[in-house]
Design a protein around this ligand. Structure first.
Ligand SMILES: Nc1ncnc2c1ncn2[C@@H]1O[C@H](COP(=O)(O)OP(=O)(O)O)[C@@H](O)[C@H]1O
Ligand SMILES: [Mg+2]
Length: 339
């Protein structure tokens, strides 16, 4: 006879009895991990980017943890990016600043259990930092740069503002963007490093001019090598107000929804003007959360805006005046007595 019984610790006990012997077997079922339920939620179980991946202990801290949820309105951005990486090893994210491109790459790396190598191409990072250099005489004194380490050990290479990349770096990076590519370290006796099988590339770009400076077109060779392009936009922009954004800000700050709804209206108006080229910056969900945090602390929304979204948009008093008027249109001048 076989008896089965589920116990409280997620295990099953099977007992068999017969001919004077008794056998008891306990089977444990592993409880679902946090990562597993994230994969279910974002529908990415099919696309395992971390298959067979093992990494040196020293890279463990580069696997993101504590990444907040990513919210969208049914675009399924997490699924799209994970699928693109699964089939093509690389993809491009296009969208204005503050739409969560960096956030989502952290989340994808966390879910895949892969280290994340992040480079902001708009900064003046040198070829030495990215590819490597000698720090003394002799071969043993070579130190791998960030891109070389990614090529050796795998993970996700995230090139933020890829269109701002300097030509000398783009030229060296090009051959590795071939998914079966390799890199040659001419500095180091022409060492050949094949691209790691779990080496993925995500590039991102902001098509709206940063600080009115104008953006460069993406290097043509880069463009050809990206098979999937994912377009990002703000959750709320112009007249479109996202209930999910309103709820997310209320949940993160514990202030009432009617207040966060008005804050999102301000942000949505600013974002539309930013996309039209009339403001140099537009608030992200994170920026609205900062504003709401001060309101949660008891500040009047108009006053709290001065310290957050008004001053962060620009140092220019004229631009600040524009933002202030948007806030006042929605919240009043801030001099009224509290209700
Ligand atoms: N859809 C979203 N869901 C959750 N958080 C978001 C979302 N979009 C933006 N954010 C938050 O807004 C801030 C800016 O996002 P970030 O990833 O830096 O934007 P980008 O890289 O596109 O400029 C971060 O705090 C991020 O967590
Ligand atoms: Mg970013």
């Amino acid at each position: 006879m076989i008896l089965e019984q589920e116990t409280k610790d997620h295990s099953f006990v099977a007992k068999a009895e017969g001919a004077g012997t008794r056998l008891t077997v306990k089977l444990s079922v592993a409880p679902k991990t946090g990562i597993q339920s994230l994969k279910e939620r974002y529908n990415t179980i099919k696309y395992d980017l971390g298959t067979g991946y093992s990494y040196p202990d020293s890279l463990k801290s580069m696997i993101p943890s504590n990444v907040p949820d990513y919210v969208d309105e049914g675009e399924n951005y997490v699924e799209k990016i994970t699928r693109a990486l699964f089939y093509f090893k690389q993809c491009a994210l296009i969208g204005p600043s503050g739409t969560g491109k960096t956030h989502i790459v952290y989340l994808v790396a966390k879910m895949a259990g892969l280290p994340l190598w992040e480079i902001n191409c708009g900064l003046q990072t040198s070829v030495y930092d990215l590819f490597g250099k000698f720090v003394g005489l002799g071969k043993e004194n070579w130190v791998d740069g960030l891109i070389v380490s990614w090529c050796r050990y795998g993970g996700i290479l995230y090139l933020d503002e890829a269109n701002m990349m300097k030509q000398d770096i783009a030229t060296r990076l090009n051959p590795i963007l071939d998914t079966r590519g390799h890199m040659v370290l001419t500095e180091k006796d022409n060492e050949i490093i094949p691209r790691h099988p779990n080496g993925y590339v995500v590039i991102s770009m902001n098509p709206y001019s940063a600080e009115f400076a104008g953006t460069k077109p993406l290097n043509a060779a880069f463009r050809r090598r990206m098979s999937v392009w994912v377009d990002f936009d703000y959750l709320s922009v112009g007249p479109k107000i996202s209930k999910r954004e309103v709820t997310m800000i209320a949940e993160r700050t514990n202030i009432p929804m009617p207040t966060t709804e008005r804050m999102v209206r301000v942000a949505a108006d600013m974002r539309k003007r930013y996309k039209n080229g009339d403001l140099p910056y537009a608030p992200s969900v994170g920026d609205v959360v900062n504003w709401a945090t001060l309101v949660g602390d008891g500040l009047n929304p108009t006053k709290a805006a001065e310290e957050t979204i008004i001053s962060m948009t620009s140092d220019d008093p004229e631009v600040q005046g524009t933002v202030r008027r948007i806030v006042q249109m929605v919240f009043g001048s801030g001099t009224e007595r509290p209700a």
